[in-house]
Design a protein around this ligand. Structure first.
Ligand SMILES: [Zn+2]
Length: 366
């Protein structure tokens, strides 16, 4: 009941309004009573601008932390469960669409960022570090989605790779994306290394072009992946870049849902949380929860109907689970309407919308 009232009020706020920073500081932390109303005042008292713009100032940071803690308590009060929103690839639409809609309901999300894409961006296709920092200052979480969105899982060969071949046929040519990348190609008995020269597909299927001919024959049952050290470096560089921008990283989202092989161990050693350890699911049982092996549900319109989202939120509230949803703000299948529906349905089921960091903190899994 409370929430429906809240939503009715929130609905008045103009959709996709001005992209001004509003800090968590708008909420009056001294309000000890039923503070639902204060959730909707994000546009109400514009006296906080100086604070939210001073994100580099330490005392302002601490103040923001305190207020986010108060805000978390408020979100958790009387809630039936926790729900984490994750958005992949750090496109500009995370800011221009998704963040704006989340702001209307005063609930955070998490950006699974590719800092290499953000950094190289010349055309406004991706979030700028400033935009992501603004979202982070406003309570959003930041996760790693690898530097340049490389597929870190192993991918199966579809043909035997013969010694002397300068291309390998693969189930998907993700490893062809970036020239000069090092590769390991291996089966149960043999292993060899190679360097990416390009890729494509022909009548046989998708392939990765190699800079030099193969020195070994690898059976069609074999796989290709990046070398361990190379993958470690990718994880390290991703976090280092985001942290250099003042964005602490908590958690990982696999690219292309490619999570098989060695990378699984590396990621679990490296991160406290993984949002898409395996495809599907989204209700992660709290009893015995391993946060590095969680799953999420996609809420894009081609992946879930409204009925399925309703059902998902109902189970999220009924069962003792940490729930995670995922989406891509730059896909046409993440619409303003879909975002609003997903958030409203979660709030109607009294789910507390939290970041990954808040969820792990609350479950004492940090
Ligand atoms: Zn992605």
């Amino acid at each position: 009941m409370r929430r429906r009232n809240l939503l009715a009020v929130a609905g008045v706020t103009a959709a996709g309004g001005a992209a001004t920073a509003y800090g968590v500081s708008q909420r009056d932390s001294g309000d000890g009573g039923d503070s639902d109303d204060s959730r909707n005042e994000s546009d109400g008292d514009g006296d906080d601008e100086s604070e939210s713009e001073e994100s580099s100032d330490e005392s302002a940071d601490e103040e923001a932390d305190d207020e986010q803690a108060d805000d978390l308590e408020e979100r958790l009060e009387g809630s039936e469960g926790m729900l984490v929103f994750t958005y992949d690839d750090s496109p500009i639409e995370d800011y221009t669409l998704t963040y704006q809609v989340h702001q209307e309901y005063d609930v955070p999300g998490c950006v699974a960022a590719c800092p290499g894409w953000m950094q190289d961006d010349g055309g406004g296709e991706y979030l700028s570090p400033d935009q992501l920092r603004e979202m982070h200052d406003d309570g959003w979480g930041v996760m790693s989605h690898t530097y340049y969105h490389r597929a870190l899982g192993k991918i199966q060969l579809t043909e035997t790779a013969q010694e002397g071949d300068d291309r390998i046929y693969v189930e998907a040519n993700r490893h062809a994306d970036i020239e000069d990348d090092p590769l390991v190609i291996f089966d149960d008995e043999n292993r060899t290394t190679a360097t990416v020269a390009g890729g494509g597909s022909d009548s046989t299927g998708e392939y990765v072009e190699l800079a030099e001919p193969l020195e070994e024959t690898i059976d069609a049952s074999g796989h290709v992946r990046y070398p361990e050290e190379f993958m470690q470096d990718i994880l390290d560089e991703t976090d280092a870049q985001l942290e250099e921008w003042g964005l602490p990283v908590l958690g990982f989202v696999y690219t292309y849902t490619r999570y098989h092989g060695l990378i699984e161990d590396l990621v679990r050693d490296h991160y406290e949380a993984v949002a898409n350890h395996r495809f599907g699911g989204g209700h992660n049982e709290i009893d015995g929860l391993d946060p590095t092996a969680m799953q999420r549900m996609y809420v894009e319109t081609d992946r879930a109907t409204e009925e399925e989202i309703e059902e998902f939120m109902q189970t999220a509230a009924e069962d003792d689970v940490l729930s995670i949803v995922g989406g891509h703000s730059h896909f046409e299948t993440i619409t303003e309407e879909r975002l609003r529906y997903t958030i409203e349905t979660a709030l109607e089921h009294d789910l507390a919308i939290v970041t990954m960091e808040e969820a792990l903190g609350e479950l004492e899994l940090r």
